[in-house]
Design a binder for this molecule. Sequence first.
Ligand SMILES: NC(=O)C1=CN([C@@H]2O[C@H](COP(=O)(O)OP(=O)(O)OC[C@H]3O[C@@H](n4cnc5c(N)ncnc54)[C@H](O)[C@@H]3O)[C@@H](O)[C@H]2O)C=CC1
Ligand SMILES: O=C(O)[C@H]1O[C@H](OP(=O)(O)OP(=O)(O)OC[C@H]2O[C@@H](n3ccc(=O)[nH]c3=O)[C@H](O)[C@@H]2O)[C@H](O)[C@@H](O)[C@@H]1O
Length: 435
Amino acid sequence: MRISVIGCGYLGAVHAASMAHLGHEVVGIDIDEAKIASLSAGRPPFFEPGLPEVLESATATGRLRFTTDFSAAADADVHFVAVGTPQVADGDAADMRFVDAAFGALVEHVKQGDLIVGKSTVPVGTAARLAALIAERQPGATLAWNPEFLREGFAVKDTISPDRLVYGVPEGEAGERAARLLDEVYASAVAAGTPVIVTDYATAELVKVSANAFLATKISFINAMAEIAEVTGADVTKLADAIGHDARIGRRFLNAGVGFGGGCLPKDIRAFSARARELGRGESVRFLEEVDSINLRRRTRVVELVREAAGGLAGVRVGVLGLAFKPHSDDIRDSPALEIAMRLAEAGAIVRATDPEAAENARRRAPQVDVVDSTEEAVRDADVVVLITEWPEFTGLDPEEVGRLVAHRTVIDGRNALDPAAWRVAGWSYRGLGR
Ligand SMILES: NC(=O)C1=CN([C@@H]2O[C@H](COP(=O)(O)OP(=O)(O)OC[C@H]3O[C@@H](n4cnc5c(N)ncnc54)[C@H](O)[C@@H]3O)[C@@H](O)[C@H]2O)C=CC1
Ligand SMILES: O=C(O)[C@H]1O[C@H](OP(=O)(O)OP(=O)(O)OC[C@H]2O[C@@H](n3ccc(=O)[nH]c3=O)[C@H](O)[C@@H]2O)[C@H](O)[C@@H](O)[C@@H]1O
């Protein structure tokens, strides 16, 4: 099929390359010239495992190209919109300027019979509003909403082999045709038996935000238990193992630590709350405000643990391991690690931080943090070592070797990812979160 993908960020670039990999003819369109130049040269503008390979192989087939010229969309029949929906600067809501601009520009180039597919995570009601715009400007085109559930770090795999597909479509003939076209786009996943849920716009939009709200709630639930464990001497990781054996609960997403960050979970629960308030249903999701507070308190807790361990922060040397919001990503959007590093530096600590992939992004965003290129440099002469992003490079460190580099053997494990016994045997004072 001939596909256009509008917005080539973490979601769109992976979607465009993966669709071309699956045999479609794809043009990726973005307003960011540097990003398009990089993608056109076969270089991913961000770190994502597996993306360089699909980008290279798909580009070599001639089926994948990138441009800033929206008129290139005219050659495609199915158009995915994957632009950003960040939090507005002065509130909780999603900033819809990028979606509105992208739809406004795209609709000029779509023709009779085309299918426009929203992928961005949007407040419920957006698709109905945009469908009205399309009906006015190009009545022969149809809108579908097809939310995306990929995880950064596994984005290519999740795109090629999703665990479910959700199509929000209009009623009647147009909706049936839209679902058939999407089945063709995702033919390999459909043939592999991937569950397909065909529904209305509002349900499709809500599936996406409620999935992220549930995941965020699960993480904050275990972090709330960590807070109780901290005052009772209980061990939250053992607790998570024990409740996780109940298949109704499950162990996944019960890792207590500094909590969730990234370009999605935090802003999505806030945007959901804002939209629920607009709909007069604020109380239905008021618990998400608590989920957010629990999550943010964990960042403060790590700063306090460093202060306690070192007897203050001014002049204390802190080696911070990790800057990305999670391992296998260079994404520092709302990263707990970067925020903690910045707060420690602002409180007068001498912070040296490192990350295998996010160092460059962190340097640009937080010049007040001394971002270094190796673990050795980060921990050398440190009074306290803080692990915040559980990259294998960090969790696999030998406590004896690291111990020879630091000034004091004090470690704070912000992800409960180290083996406390091994570090204690090597003479470290070990503190986890909730254990
Ligand atoms: N990153 C992820 O793992 C996932 C993201 N999402 C959702 O997908 C959407 C995009 O997220 P990301 O890719 O992470 O954001 P991003 O910020 O990495 O990418 C957004 C891209 O859209 C481009 N853009 C902005 N305005 C444009 C316009 N008018 N025309 C063309 N391009 C334009 C930007 O230049 C940027 O390259 C968001 O709604 C997000 O919530 C959903 C699932 C997973
Ligand atoms: O809408 C999105 O953009 C995506 O958001 C999340 O994906 P992602 O943000 O890539 O990362 P996750 O693996 O979900 O982790 C999110 C955050 O939660 C934290 N986390 C995760 C699991 C856990 O047990 N504990 C925990 O603190 C991670 O460290 C990370 O900061 C969802 O998992 C995806 O399904 C969704 O598509």
